[in-house]
Design a protein around this ligand. Structure first.
Ligand code: UD1
Ligand code: MG
Length: 459
Protein backbone atom coordinates (compact mmCIF):
# COMPACT_ATOMS: atom_id res chain seq x y z
CA UNK A 1 0.00 0.00 0.00
CA UNK A 2 1.37 3.40 -0.99
CA UNK A 3 1.83 6.00 1.71
CA UNK A 4 1.61 9.66 0.82
CA UNK A 5 1.19 12.80 2.85
CA UNK A 6 -0.29 15.14 0.26
CA UNK A 7 -3.42 16.80 1.65
CA UNK A 8 -6.65 15.94 -0.11
CA UNK A 9 -10.07 17.63 -0.04
CA UNK A 10 -11.25 14.93 2.37
CA UNK A 11 -8.48 15.71 4.86
CA UNK A 12 -9.78 16.31 8.37
CA UNK A 13 -10.53 19.95 8.99
CA UNK A 14 -10.65 20.65 12.72
CA UNK A 15 -13.88 21.72 14.35
CA UNK A 16 -14.50 23.65 17.55
CA UNK A 17 -17.85 24.33 19.21
CA UNK A 18 -18.56 27.21 21.57
CA UNK A 19 -21.72 27.02 23.67
CA UNK A 20 -22.94 30.29 25.17
CA UNK A 21 -24.47 29.79 28.59
CA UNK A 22 -23.52 32.87 30.60
CA UNK A 23 -26.94 34.52 30.45
CA UNK A 24 -28.61 34.89 33.84
CA UNK A 25 -31.98 33.67 32.65
CA UNK A 26 -33.76 36.33 34.71
CA UNK A 27 -37.16 35.48 33.29
CA UNK A 28 -36.95 31.91 34.59
CA UNK A 29 -37.24 33.37 38.14
CA UNK A 30 -35.05 30.53 39.37
CA UNK A 31 -32.11 29.86 41.69
CA UNK A 32 -30.87 27.35 39.10
CA UNK A 33 -28.84 28.62 36.11
CA UNK A 34 -31.15 28.52 33.09
CA UNK A 35 -29.21 25.93 31.10
CA UNK A 36 -29.48 23.42 33.98
CA UNK A 37 -33.26 23.31 33.77
CA UNK A 38 -34.18 19.89 32.48
CA UNK A 39 -35.88 18.79 29.29
CA UNK A 40 -36.82 15.09 29.13
CA UNK A 41 -34.75 14.55 32.24
CA UNK A 42 -31.51 16.08 30.94
CA UNK A 43 -30.22 19.63 31.55
CA UNK A 44 -30.70 21.83 28.47
CA UNK A 45 -26.97 22.30 28.05
CA UNK A 46 -26.61 18.48 28.08
CA UNK A 47 -28.87 18.27 25.02
CA UNK A 48 -26.72 20.85 23.23
CA UNK A 49 -23.57 18.93 24.18
CA UNK A 50 -25.09 15.67 22.92
CA UNK A 51 -25.82 17.25 19.53
CA UNK A 52 -22.33 18.73 19.41
CA UNK A 53 -20.71 15.41 20.41
CA UNK A 54 -22.28 13.70 17.40
CA UNK A 55 -20.02 15.86 15.20
CA UNK A 56 -16.93 14.63 17.04
CA UNK A 57 -15.42 18.10 17.47
CA UNK A 58 -11.78 18.67 18.36
CA UNK A 59 -12.60 21.36 20.93
CA UNK A 60 -15.68 22.27 22.95
CA UNK A 61 -15.85 25.37 25.15
CA UNK A 62 -18.83 26.29 27.29
CA UNK A 63 -19.04 29.98 28.23
CA UNK A 64 -20.52 30.50 31.70
CA UNK A 65 -21.13 33.43 34.01
CA UNK A 66 -19.20 34.05 37.23
CA UNK A 67 -20.08 31.61 40.01
CA UNK A 68 -21.77 29.12 37.70
CA UNK A 69 -19.80 26.23 39.15
CA UNK A 70 -22.82 23.97 38.87
CA UNK A 71 -22.84 24.49 35.09
CA UNK A 72 -19.11 23.79 34.91
CA UNK A 73 -19.69 20.55 36.86
CA UNK A 74 -22.58 19.56 34.59
CA UNK A 75 -20.56 19.99 31.38
CA UNK A 76 -17.32 18.43 32.65
CA UNK A 77 -14.99 17.17 31.26
CA UNK A 78 -15.55 19.91 28.69
CA UNK A 79 -13.80 23.12 29.72
CA UNK A 80 -15.59 26.33 30.59
CA UNK A 81 -14.57 29.93 30.03
CA UNK A 82 -15.97 32.63 32.30
CA UNK A 83 -17.56 35.75 30.84
CA UNK A 84 -17.29 38.12 33.79
CA UNK A 85 -20.02 40.56 32.78
CA UNK A 86 -22.95 39.84 30.46
CA UNK A 87 -22.13 42.41 27.81
CA UNK A 88 -23.64 40.61 24.84
CA UNK A 89 -23.22 37.56 22.65
CA UNK A 90 -20.05 38.83 20.89
CA UNK A 91 -18.43 39.46 24.26
CA UNK A 92 -19.41 35.94 25.32
CA UNK A 93 -17.67 34.41 22.29
CA UNK A 94 -14.59 36.52 23.03
CA UNK A 95 -14.45 34.92 26.46
CA UNK A 96 -13.77 31.59 24.70
CA UNK A 97 -10.91 32.92 22.57
CA UNK A 98 -8.30 32.15 25.23
CA UNK A 99 -9.09 28.43 25.04
CA UNK A 100 -9.08 28.47 21.22
CA UNK A 101 -5.83 30.33 20.73
CA UNK A 102 -4.23 29.58 17.36
CA UNK A 103 -7.22 27.52 16.22
CA UNK A 104 -7.83 27.93 12.48
CA UNK A 105 -10.47 25.29 11.76
CA UNK A 106 -14.23 25.88 11.74
CA UNK A 107 -15.97 27.22 14.82
CA UNK A 108 -19.66 26.66 15.52
CA UNK A 109 -21.30 28.94 18.09
CA UNK A 110 -24.43 27.58 19.79
CA UNK A 111 -26.72 28.71 22.60
CA UNK A 112 -27.05 26.64 25.75
CA UNK A 113 -30.75 27.47 25.97
CA UNK A 114 -31.64 26.06 22.53
CA UNK A 115 -31.72 22.33 23.31
CA UNK A 116 -33.66 20.95 20.33
CA UNK A 117 -30.97 21.49 17.74
CA UNK A 118 -30.03 18.28 15.88
CA UNK A 119 -26.65 16.98 14.68
CA UNK A 120 -27.95 17.07 11.07
CA UNK A 121 -28.53 20.79 11.30
CA UNK A 122 -25.10 21.37 12.82
CA UNK A 123 -23.56 19.31 10.00
CA UNK A 124 -25.41 21.37 7.40
CA UNK A 125 -24.05 24.53 8.98
CA UNK A 126 -20.46 23.22 8.93
CA UNK A 127 -20.80 21.96 5.35
CA UNK A 128 -22.06 25.35 4.20
CA UNK A 129 -19.04 26.95 5.88
CA UNK A 130 -16.74 24.65 3.90
CA UNK A 131 -18.26 25.45 0.52
CA UNK A 132 -16.13 26.81 -2.33
CA UNK A 133 -17.25 30.43 -1.78
CA UNK A 134 -15.45 30.10 1.60
CA UNK A 135 -17.89 32.23 3.62
CA UNK A 136 -16.43 33.84 6.73
CA UNK A 137 -19.75 33.32 8.55
CA UNK A 138 -22.73 31.03 8.00
CA UNK A 139 -25.85 31.86 10.02
CA UNK A 140 -28.66 29.50 10.90
CA UNK A 141 -31.94 31.05 9.76
CA UNK A 142 -35.57 30.14 10.34
CA UNK A 143 -39.04 31.35 9.40
CA UNK A 144 -41.15 31.10 12.57
CA UNK A 145 -44.92 31.66 12.46
CA UNK A 146 -44.37 34.68 14.67
CA UNK A 147 -41.02 36.41 13.97
CA UNK A 148 -41.54 38.42 17.17
CA UNK A 149 -38.35 40.04 18.48
CA UNK A 150 -35.86 37.80 16.70
CA UNK A 151 -33.02 39.39 14.75
CA UNK A 152 -33.81 39.67 11.03
CA UNK A 153 -31.57 38.30 8.26
CA UNK A 154 -31.15 40.78 5.41
CA UNK A 155 -30.16 39.16 2.10
CA UNK A 156 -28.63 40.82 -0.94
CA UNK A 157 -29.81 40.49 -4.56
CA UNK A 158 -27.63 37.38 -5.05
CA UNK A 159 -29.19 35.62 -2.07
CA UNK A 160 -26.09 36.08 0.10
CA UNK A 161 -26.36 37.32 3.67
CA UNK A 162 -25.73 41.06 3.88
CA UNK A 163 -26.42 41.82 7.56
CA UNK A 164 -28.38 40.91 10.67
CA UNK A 165 -30.44 43.59 12.39
CA UNK A 166 -31.57 43.14 15.94
CA UNK A 167 -35.29 43.74 16.34
CA UNK A 168 -34.83 46.78 18.59
CA UNK A 169 -32.57 48.40 16.01
CA UNK A 170 -34.59 47.41 12.92
CA UNK A 171 -36.61 49.72 10.67
CA UNK A 172 -40.25 48.93 9.90
CA UNK A 173 -39.15 47.58 6.52
CA UNK A 174 -36.55 45.32 8.14
CA UNK A 175 -39.04 44.11 10.75
CA UNK A 176 -41.29 42.96 7.90
CA UNK A 177 -38.63 40.40 6.90
CA UNK A 178 -39.72 36.89 7.95
CA UNK A 179 -36.29 35.22 7.77
CA UNK A 180 -34.96 35.31 11.35
CA UNK A 181 -31.70 34.66 13.14
CA UNK A 182 -31.94 31.36 15.00
CA UNK A 183 -28.70 32.26 16.79
CA UNK A 184 -26.33 29.49 15.71
CA UNK A 185 -23.39 30.43 13.48
CA UNK A 186 -20.39 28.77 11.88
CA UNK A 187 -17.15 30.74 11.43
CA UNK A 188 -13.86 30.32 9.70
CA UNK A 189 -11.65 30.20 12.78
CA UNK A 190 -8.79 31.85 10.93
CA UNK A 191 -10.84 35.04 10.43
CA UNK A 192 -13.17 34.90 13.42
CA UNK A 193 -11.01 36.49 16.13
CA UNK A 194 -10.21 39.51 14.00
CA UNK A 195 -13.83 40.01 12.83
CA UNK A 196 -15.44 39.61 16.25
CA UNK A 197 -12.72 41.84 17.73
CA UNK A 198 -14.08 44.71 15.67
CA UNK A 199 -17.64 44.51 17.03
CA UNK A 200 -18.72 47.56 19.01
CA UNK A 201 -21.72 48.29 21.21
CA UNK A 202 -23.40 51.28 19.57
CA UNK A 203 -26.95 49.94 19.54
CA UNK A 204 -30.26 50.02 21.39
CA UNK A 205 -29.04 47.77 24.22
CA UNK A 206 -25.40 48.98 24.34
CA UNK A 207 -24.41 45.32 24.02
CA UNK A 208 -21.76 43.65 21.89
CA UNK A 209 -23.95 41.89 19.35
CA UNK A 210 -22.43 38.81 17.73
CA UNK A 211 -24.84 39.45 14.88
CA UNK A 212 -22.82 42.54 13.83
CA UNK A 213 -20.10 40.22 12.57
CA UNK A 214 -21.94 39.74 9.28
CA UNK A 215 -21.87 43.39 8.27
CA UNK A 216 -18.22 43.65 9.32
CA UNK A 217 -17.29 40.64 7.18
CA UNK A 218 -19.26 41.97 4.20
CA UNK A 219 -17.54 45.35 4.39
CA UNK A 220 -14.22 43.49 4.27
CA UNK A 221 -15.45 41.81 1.05
CA UNK A 222 -16.02 38.37 2.58
CA UNK A 223 -18.97 36.16 1.70
CA UNK A 224 -21.63 35.26 4.31
CA UNK A 225 -24.49 32.81 3.88
CA UNK A 226 -27.58 31.32 5.52
CA UNK A 227 -28.72 27.77 6.21
CA UNK A 228 -32.39 27.40 7.11
CA UNK A 229 -33.63 25.18 9.92
CA UNK A 230 -37.12 24.15 11.01
CA UNK A 231 -38.27 26.69 13.62
CA UNK A 232 -39.19 23.87 16.04
CA UNK A 233 -35.50 22.93 16.22
CA UNK A 234 -34.29 26.30 17.36
CA UNK A 235 -36.89 27.32 19.92
CA UNK A 236 -35.02 29.03 22.74
CA UNK A 237 -36.00 28.92 26.40
CA UNK A 238 -36.30 32.22 28.24
CA UNK A 239 -39.28 31.49 30.51
CA UNK A 240 -41.00 28.55 32.20
CA UNK A 241 -43.69 28.62 29.52
CA UNK A 242 -41.04 28.27 26.82
CA UNK A 243 -39.44 25.47 28.85
CA UNK A 244 -42.77 23.65 28.79
CA UNK A 245 -43.07 24.23 25.04
CA UNK A 246 -39.59 22.81 24.43
CA UNK A 247 -40.46 19.82 26.66
CA UNK A 248 -43.57 19.25 24.54
CA UNK A 249 -41.56 19.31 21.31
CA UNK A 250 -38.91 17.00 22.77
CA UNK A 251 -41.56 14.55 24.00
CA UNK A 252 -43.12 14.53 20.54
CA UNK A 253 -39.71 13.64 19.09
CA UNK A 254 -39.09 10.87 21.67
CA UNK A 255 -42.58 9.38 21.17
CA UNK A 256 -42.08 9.23 17.44
CA UNK A 257 -38.67 7.59 17.86
CA UNK A 258 -40.14 4.99 20.23
CA UNK A 259 -42.88 4.11 17.72
CA UNK A 260 -40.42 4.11 14.80
CA UNK A 261 -38.37 1.57 16.76
CA UNK A 262 -41.28 -0.83 17.19
CA UNK A 263 -43.09 0.11 20.39
CA UNK A 264 -46.86 0.61 20.58
CA UNK A 265 -47.91 3.71 22.51
CA UNK A 266 -51.64 3.47 23.05
CA UNK A 267 -51.82 7.19 23.81
CA UNK A 268 -48.55 8.83 22.73
CA UNK A 269 -49.61 12.21 24.09
CA UNK A 270 -49.77 10.91 27.66
CA UNK A 271 -46.55 8.88 27.53
CA UNK A 272 -43.51 10.72 28.91
CA UNK A 273 -39.96 9.70 28.12
CA UNK A 274 -36.48 10.60 29.28
CA UNK A 275 -33.80 10.98 26.65
CA UNK A 276 -32.15 7.77 27.85
CA UNK A 277 -35.28 5.55 27.85
CA UNK A 278 -34.61 2.35 25.89
CA UNK A 279 -37.53 0.20 24.69
CA UNK A 280 -37.27 -3.20 22.99
CA UNK A 281 -39.46 -4.46 20.13
CA UNK A 282 -43.17 -5.00 20.55
CA UNK A 283 -43.32 -3.21 23.86
CA UNK A 284 -46.85 -1.95 24.55
CA UNK A 285 -47.19 1.15 26.71
CA UNK A 286 -50.56 2.19 28.11
CA UNK A 287 -51.75 5.75 28.73
CA UNK A 288 -50.22 7.82 31.50
CA UNK A 289 -46.88 6.05 31.80
CA UNK A 290 -43.91 8.18 32.91
CA UNK A 291 -40.36 7.04 32.15
CA UNK A 292 -37.98 8.95 34.42
CA UNK A 293 -34.24 8.54 33.84
CA UNK A 294 -32.41 5.27 33.37
CA UNK A 295 -35.11 2.87 32.19
CA UNK A 296 -34.33 -0.04 29.87
CA UNK A 297 -37.17 -2.28 28.69
CA UNK A 298 -36.76 -5.60 26.89
CA UNK A 299 -38.86 -7.07 24.08
CA UNK A 300 -42.59 -7.86 24.39
CA UNK A 301 -42.99 -6.11 27.73
CA UNK A 302 -46.42 -4.70 28.50
CA UNK A 303 -46.60 -1.60 30.66
CA UNK A 304 -50.22 -1.02 31.57
CA UNK A 305 -51.62 2.46 32.29
CA UNK A 306 -50.38 4.90 34.94
CA UNK A 307 -46.97 3.57 35.92
CA UNK A 308 -43.94 5.56 37.08
CA UNK A 309 -40.55 4.02 36.28
CA UNK A 310 -37.07 5.22 37.15
CA UNK A 311 -33.64 3.58 37.10
CA UNK A 312 -34.99 0.13 36.30
CA UNK A 313 -34.26 -2.69 33.89
CA UNK A 314 -37.23 -4.75 32.74
CA UNK A 315 -36.55 -8.01 30.88
CA UNK A 316 -38.54 -9.48 28.02
CA UNK A 317 -42.11 -10.61 28.48
CA UNK A 318 -42.70 -8.89 31.82
CA UNK A 319 -46.09 -7.31 32.56
CA UNK A 320 -46.10 -4.14 34.64
CA UNK A 321 -49.02 -2.23 36.17
CA UNK A 322 -51.48 -0.69 36.00
CA UNK A 323 -50.43 1.79 38.72
CA UNK A 324 -47.00 0.31 39.46
CA UNK A 325 -44.04 2.29 40.75
CA UNK A 326 -40.61 0.93 39.87
CA UNK A 327 -37.80 2.81 41.58
CA UNK A 328 -34.02 2.90 41.10
CA UNK A 329 -32.27 -0.43 41.33
CA UNK A 330 -35.30 -2.53 40.43
CA UNK A 331 -34.35 -5.37 38.08
CA UNK A 332 -37.42 -7.08 36.73
CA UNK A 333 -36.62 -10.49 35.23
CA UNK A 334 -38.22 -12.13 32.22
CA UNK A 335 -41.98 -12.83 32.38
CA UNK A 336 -42.32 -11.29 35.84
CA UNK A 337 -45.71 -9.80 36.76
CA UNK A 338 -45.78 -6.60 38.79
CA UNK A 339 -49.38 -5.55 39.35
CA UNK A 340 -51.41 -2.64 40.66
CA UNK A 341 -50.12 -0.52 43.54
CA UNK A 342 -46.87 -2.43 43.75
CA UNK A 343 -43.66 -0.53 44.55
CA UNK A 344 -40.26 -2.08 43.89
CA UNK A 345 -36.96 -0.47 44.87
CA UNK A 346 -33.40 -1.82 44.71
CA UNK A 347 -34.63 -5.37 44.27
CA UNK A 348 -34.00 -8.21 41.85
CA UNK A 349 -37.18 -10.01 40.83
CA UNK A 350 -36.20 -13.23 39.08
CA UNK A 351 -37.84 -14.93 36.13
CA UNK A 352 -41.56 -15.59 36.33
CA UNK A 353 -42.06 -14.25 39.87
CA UNK A 354 -45.34 -12.45 40.62
CA UNK A 355 -46.29 -9.57 42.88
CA UNK A 356 -49.70 -8.65 41.61
CA UNK A 357 -51.31 -6.43 44.24
CA UNK A 358 -50.55 -3.78 46.86
CA UNK A 359 -46.98 -4.64 47.82
CA UNK A 360 -43.70 -2.98 48.76
CA UNK A 361 -40.51 -4.82 47.83
CA UNK A 362 -37.34 -2.92 48.75
CA UNK A 363 -33.73 -4.08 49.14
CA UNK A 364 -34.61 -7.63 48.25
CA UNK A 365 -34.22 -10.60 45.96
CA UNK A 366 -37.33 -12.49 44.92
CA UNK A 367 -36.43 -15.90 43.47
CA UNK A 368 -37.78 -17.32 40.24
CA UNK A 369 -41.52 -18.15 40.18
CA UNK A 370 -42.04 -16.95 43.76
CA UNK A 371 -45.50 -15.56 44.49
CA UNK A 372 -45.84 -12.48 46.65
CA UNK A 373 -49.36 -12.17 48.07
CA UNK A 374 -51.39 -8.98 48.24
CA UNK A 375 -50.25 -6.55 50.90
CA UNK A 376 -46.82 -8.10 51.50
CA UNK A 377 -44.26 -5.63 52.83
CA UNK A 378 -40.51 -6.04 53.13
CA UNK A 379 -39.74 -4.05 56.29
CA UNK A 380 -36.34 -2.92 55.08
CA UNK A 381 -35.79 0.13 57.31
CA UNK A 382 -35.30 0.14 61.07
CA UNK A 383 -35.03 3.89 61.40
CA UNK A 384 -31.26 3.79 60.97
CA UNK A 385 -30.22 1.49 58.15
CA UNK A 386 -31.62 -0.54 55.26
CA UNK A 387 -31.63 -4.32 55.42
CA UNK A 388 -31.98 -7.07 52.86
CA UNK A 389 -34.75 -9.62 52.36
CA UNK A 390 -34.00 -12.77 50.40
CA UNK A 391 -36.94 -14.81 49.10
CA UNK A 392 -36.08 -18.16 47.53
CA UNK A 393 -37.24 -19.59 44.23
CA UNK A 394 -40.82 -20.88 44.23
CA UNK A 395 -41.59 -19.45 47.68
CA UNK A 396 -45.18 -18.44 48.45
CA UNK A 397 -45.72 -15.41 50.67
CA UNK A 398 -49.28 -15.28 52.02
CA UNK A 399 -51.21 -12.02 51.84
CA UNK A 400 -50.53 -9.20 54.26
CA UNK A 401 -47.23 -10.59 55.50
CA UNK A 402 -44.51 -8.39 56.93
CA UNK A 403 -40.99 -9.68 56.28
CA UNK A 404 -38.74 -7.93 58.79
CA UNK A 405 -35.29 -7.56 57.27
CA UNK A 406 -32.67 -8.83 57.44
CA UNK A 407 -34.48 -12.08 56.80
CA UNK A 408 -34.28 -15.10 54.50
CA UNK A 409 -37.14 -17.20 53.16
CA UNK A 410 -35.88 -20.51 51.75
CA UNK A 411 -36.74 -21.94 48.33
CA UNK A 412 -40.24 -23.35 48.14
CA UNK A 413 -41.24 -22.17 51.63
CA UNK A 414 -44.80 -21.02 52.40
CA UNK A 415 -45.47 -18.07 54.68
CA UNK A 416 -48.99 -18.09 56.13
CA UNK A 417 -51.10 -15.02 55.42
CA UNK A 418 -50.76 -12.23 57.95
CA UNK A 419 -47.42 -13.42 59.28
CA UNK A 420 -44.77 -11.13 60.71
CA UNK A 421 -41.57 -12.97 59.85
CA UNK A 422 -38.52 -11.98 61.87
CA UNK A 423 -36.38 -15.13 61.63
CA UNK A 424 -35.05 -17.18 58.75
CA UNK A 425 -37.49 -19.68 57.20
CA UNK A 426 -36.07 -22.99 55.96
CA UNK A 427 -36.61 -24.20 52.42
CA UNK A 428 -39.96 -25.98 51.91
CA UNK A 429 -41.15 -25.12 55.45
CA UNK A 430 -44.54 -23.63 56.32
CA UNK A 431 -44.22 -20.75 58.73
CA UNK A 432 -47.18 -19.15 60.48
CA UNK A 433 -46.21 -16.17 62.60
CA UNK A 434 -49.42 -14.56 63.83
CA UNK A 435 -51.77 -14.78 66.79
CA UNK A 436 -53.39 -18.22 67.07
CA UNK A 437 -57.10 -18.30 66.16
CA UNK A 438 -59.48 -18.60 69.14
CA UNK A 439 -63.22 -19.34 68.67
CA UNK A 440 -66.04 -18.91 71.29
CA UNK A 441 -69.08 -20.93 70.18
CA UNK A 442 -72.40 -19.00 70.26
CA UNK A 443 -70.77 -15.85 71.67
CA UNK A 444 -71.98 -13.56 68.84
CA UNK A 445 -75.60 -14.72 69.14
CA UNK A 446 -75.63 -14.25 72.91
CA UNK A 447 -74.09 -10.78 72.54
CA UNK A 448 -76.81 -9.68 70.08
CA UNK A 449 -79.61 -11.02 72.31
CA UNK A 450 -78.26 -9.14 75.33
CA UNK A 451 -78.04 -5.86 73.38
CA UNK A 452 -81.54 -6.23 71.95
CA UNK A 453 -82.98 -6.85 75.47
CA UNK A 454 -81.29 -3.69 76.84
CA UNK A 455 -82.78 -1.67 73.96
CA UNK A 456 -86.30 -3.06 74.55
CA UNK A 457 -86.18 -2.15 78.31
CA UNK A 458 -85.26 1.49 77.52
CA UNK A 459 -88.15 1.91 75.04
C1 UD1 B 1 -30.07 36.47 20.07
C2 UD1 B 1 -29.65 37.13 18.75
C3 UD1 B 1 -30.89 37.33 17.86
C4 UD1 B 1 -31.55 35.99 17.63
C5 UD1 B 1 -31.87 35.30 18.96
C6 UD1 B 1 -32.31 33.88 18.73
C7 UD1 B 1 -27.76 38.56 19.29
C8 UD1 B 1 -27.29 39.94 19.52
N1 UD1 B 1 -29.04 38.42 19.02
O1 UD1 B 1 -30.90 37.38 20.74
O2 UD1 B 1 -30.53 37.88 16.62
O3 UD1 B 1 -32.73 36.15 16.87
O4 UD1 B 1 -30.69 35.23 19.81
O5 UD1 B 1 -32.73 33.29 19.92
O6 UD1 B 1 -26.95 37.66 19.32
N2 UD1 B 1 -25.29 35.07 26.33
C9 UD1 B 1 -24.10 35.04 27.02
N3 UD1 B 1 -23.52 36.22 27.40
C10 UD1 B 1 -24.10 37.43 27.11
C11 UD1 B 1 -25.33 37.44 26.42
C12 UD1 B 1 -25.89 36.24 26.03
O7 UD1 B 1 -23.54 33.97 27.30
O8 UD1 B 1 -23.50 38.45 27.49
C13 UD1 B 1 -25.89 33.80 25.93
C14 UD1 B 1 -27.21 33.52 26.62
O9 UD1 B 1 -27.01 32.75 27.80
C15 UD1 B 1 -27.97 32.73 25.57
C16 UD1 B 1 -27.42 33.26 24.25
O10 UD1 B 1 -26.18 33.85 24.55
O11 UD1 B 1 -27.71 31.36 25.65
C17 UD1 B 1 -28.34 34.25 23.56
O12 UD1 B 1 -28.52 35.39 24.36
P1 UD1 B 1 -29.91 36.13 24.46
O13 UD1 B 1 -29.75 37.26 25.40
O14 UD1 B 1 -30.99 35.16 24.71
O15 UD1 B 1 -30.04 36.74 22.98
P2 UD1 B 1 -31.36 37.23 22.29
O16 UD1 B 1 -31.66 38.60 22.75
O17 UD1 B 1 -32.40 36.18 22.42
MG1 MG C 1 -32.71 34.49 23.71
Amino acid sequence: MAHHSAPSHTAHRPLACVILAAGKGTRMKSDLPKVLHRVAGRPMVGHVLAAVKALDPDHVVVVVGPGMDSVAAAVAPYPTAVQHEQRGTADAVRAAFGLLEGFTGDVVVLYGDTPLVTPDTLRALVQARRQAADPAVVVLGMRPDDPGAYGRLILNARGGLEKIVEYLDASAEERAVTLCNAGLMAFDGARMVELIGRIGNENAKSEYYLTDVVQIARRAGMACSVVEAAPAEVVGVNSRAELAEVERLMQRRLRKAAMDNGATLIDPDSTFFSVDTRLGRDVVVGPGVFFAGGVTVGDRVEIKPYCHLEGVRIDSGAVIGPYARLRPGAEIGPDVHIGNFVEVKNAVIEAGAKANHLTYIGDARVGARANIGAGTITCNYDGFGKHHTDIGAGAFIGSNSALVAPVTIGDGAIVGAGSVVTMAVEADALVVARGAQTAYAGWARRFRERKQNEKAKKA
